[in-house]
Design a binder for this molecule. Structure first.
Ligand SMILES: NC(=O)c1ccc[n+]([C@@H]2O[C@H](COP(=O)([O-])OP(=O)(O)OC[C@H]3O[C@@H](n4cnc5c(N)ncnc54)[C@H](O)[C@@H]3O)[C@@H](O)[C@H]2O)c1
Length: 325
């Protein structure tokens, strides 16, 4: 027999970026949430100087998790190439979510520069292999190599298989799957030159199960976990580790977007958090902060993880305890 807490959980599922309660049919009547959230203040950053002398290449770095990773890496001594599309007019098939703009990118770069290491700002679309190769070459030339690659850029358009458009499907797969491939392909030659390196891919709890209303995104994140294993098999002989992080709900513009809230059938961050709590063993926290995910990336990029490859670390307040793999 279920207690009331479990009754609340019944029928609940965490989407790639949050929770869906009930069926898509209940989603359409939800009120729109007009505004993108403003970036939250940073938590204090720990600086154990774990990456002194390293060069990191971080995609989707204009805000959210990518920005937090760039900041934490710089705080730990790394020189950082920050890459982002930073132009909502170039990727806009999603309803209720936009990618970063140049003002957000500039703000993120300034924030990373505070740590005093070298920072390279590159506006590029991860869907563009030639552009990514040029970005990798520039990073190698101007920062003296590439040691750590974080394929973080991601895109979401919340839809079911039945309702999604071909354009939405293509955009999500192009960014989240081809973008991760392009990031690896562009940087592997430089990691090999260093005789070793790290690749960290951003997957999601949506890459661990199926979640109603999140079709292409969920499929794309399963692919990220597959690509992580495949690349780990191929690159181990070059002393390159390849791992992924599967976050649950993270307090970023993506998770706090109107599209995500619509998919959860809610209209405020507080309501999102209320839904998350019952299915999170480490509940009462709502979403984790981008810095929490950055610390996992730092671990995977550091010497402490030099014998770990082909794995995916769930960072989801224990929600992952509810699925098998
Ligand atoms: N926030 C969550 O709850 C959550 C949960 C699981 C996984 N993730 C994953 O974490 C990663 C970061 O997401 P976030 O929550 O920080 O979102 P976000 O929207 O805050 O940041 C995503 C960044 O990627 C950039 N980007 C998007 N498409 C791009 C492209 N084609 N080329 C270059 N840059 C591009 C955006 O401009 C933006 O700066 C994504 O891969 C996302 O799928 C997020």
């Amino acid at each position: 027999m279920m207690n009331s807490r479990r009754d609340m959980v019944k029928g609940a599922a965490m989407t790639a970026t949050g929770i869906v309660l009930g069926a898509m049919s209940s989603l359409k009547s939800q009120p729109a949430v007009a505004q993108q959230p403003t970036p939250q203040p940073r938590e204090s950053i720990s600086t154990n100087r774990l990456l002194v002398g390293k060069v990191a290449f971080v995609t989707g770095a204009a805000r959210g998790i990518g920005r937090a990773i760039a900041e934490l890496f710089a705080a730990n001594g790394a020189n950082v190439a920050m890459l982002d599309i930073a132009d909502p007019s170039r990727l806009n098939s999603s309803t209720g979510y936009r990618v970063a703009n140049m003002a957000e990118f500039d703000q993120a770069v300034a924030s990373v520069q505070r740590y005093g290491t070298k920072v390279l700002k590159i506006q590029v679309d991860v869907r563009d292999l030639a552009g990514m190769q040029a970005a990798a070459e520039r990073t190698n030339r101007e920062l003296g190599g590439i040691d750590i690659v974080v394929a973080n850029a991601g895109y979401c358009a919340w839809h079911s298989f039945e309702d999604g458009t071909t354009k939405q499907w293509e955009d999500v797969i192009d960014v989240n799957v081809h973008g991760v491939f392009n990031t690896a392909k562009a940087t592997i030659p430089f990691l090999k030159q260093r005789r070793g390196g790290r690749i960290v891919n951003l997957a999601s709890v949506g890459g661990r199960a199926g979640f109603a209303g999140n079709g292409a995104y969920t499929c794309s994140k399963w692919a990220v976990i597959g690509m992580t294993k495949q690349a780990a098999q191929e690159l181990g002989k070059y002393n390159i580790t390849v791992n992924a992080i599967a976050p649950g709900a993270v307090n970023t513009p993506l998770y706090r977007s109107e599209g995500q809230m619509r998919s959860m059938g809610v209209s405020s961050a507080a309501e999102q958090d209320k839904l998350i709590d019952p299915i999170s063993p480490l509940g009462n926290a709502g979403a984790v902060e981008p810095e929490d995910i950055a610390r996992t990336a730092l671990f995977l990029a550091s010497d402490a993880a030099k014998t770990i490859s082909g794995t995916t670390i769930d960072n989801a307040l224990g929600f992952n305890a509810s699925y098998t793999a």
